[in-house]
Ligand binder design. Sequence first.
Ligand code: B12
Length: 243
Amino acid sequence: MNIRNEIIAKAESFPGIKAGVVLLENLMNAPSYKAIERNGEILGACSADQKPTVTEWPAAAKSAVILGLRHPEDKPELDWWDRGNTKGNRELMKISDALKDWLKAEHGINAVPLPYHVERGGLFLKDAAVLAGLGIIGRSNLFLHPEWGPRIRLRAILVEEELEPTGPLEGFSPCETCGDFCQAACPQNSFSTGKYHRPSCMQQLDIDKADSKPDAKAIGEEAVSKPVTRFCRECELACPVGT
Ligand code: B12
C-alpha cells in the first residue's frame, strides 16, 4: 500500500472519521483564499485578545491530511461549545495528535496539526475537504459528505511529504434536485438572495451565545458552572443528504 493510502487507512481506523489529502499549492488557489485576497481580511475572525499563538507552517509542508468527524443529529453535544471548544473538535484534536505521532514513528515524516481558526495558522477547511475529494459545497454554504451530508466537522494536519491528492469528487451534486430546505430553515433568512449572507448568520450565533447556560448533563460535573453554547445548525440539520 502506498504511503498516502496507509495514512488514510490509519486516519479512518478511528471511529466516525473520513480522511483525504490535498496539495497545499492547489489549496492556496481555492475560492476562500481568493475571497480573502479580495476582502483583504479574514472576516468573522476571533477578536484581538483571542490571538495568543499562531501555528507557523513549516516550509517543507507540501500536503494536508483533512479529517472529517461525523456529527450525527442524535449526538448534539458534539457541537456544543464549552470552554472555547467542542467535544467533537477535542476528539479531532486527539486524533490529529495521534496521527502526527504515528507518522513520525512509522514513517519518519513530520506533521503539524493545524488550529481551527485561520488567523491562528489554520486553513480553510471546507475548500480543503472539497479538494481532498471528501464532498462538495452545498447551497447551505456547508460542506456535504455523500454519506453524512453536512453533519461533519473538519480538521487539518500539514505533512512534510508530497502526497498524491485524493480529490476532487465527481458525480455528487445533490443540491441540483433538492428543494433548498437548508435555505428555508434559516431563522435569520441568511439565504434571502439565494447566497449565504454571513452577517445575518452571525446575528443568530450571537443570539445563541447570549443564550448560553451551564448544562452539567452535557459536559459533566467537572465543568458544571461553565456555560454551554448551542450554536444554530438549522441549515445543516434541514439537509436531506445523509439522514
Ligand atoms: C469563520 C467561520 C464561521 C463564521 C463565518 C462563516 C462563513 N462561512 O463565512 C460564522 C461564525 C458565521 C460561522 C457559522 C457557522 N459555522 Co463556521 N467556520 C468558520 C471558519 C473558522 C472559517 C470559515 C471562513 O471564514 N471561510 C471563508 C469564507 C469567505 O468562505 P465561505 O463563506 O465558507 O465560502 C467559501 C466556500 O463555500 C468556498 N466554495 C464555494 N464553492 C466552492 C467550490 C469548490 C470546488 C471549492 C474548493 C470551494 C468552494 O468558496 C467560498 C468563498 O468564495 C471555519 C473553519 C475553517 N478553518 O475553515 C468554520 C466552519 C466553516 N464552520 C462550521 C459550522 C458547522 C458552522 C455553523 C453551522 C455553526 C455551528 N453550529 O458550528 C454555521 C454555518 C454557516 C454556514 N451555513 O455557512 C464548520 C462547517 C462544517 C461543514 N459541514 O461544512 C467549519 C468547517 C468548522 C469545522 N471544524 O468543521 N462560521
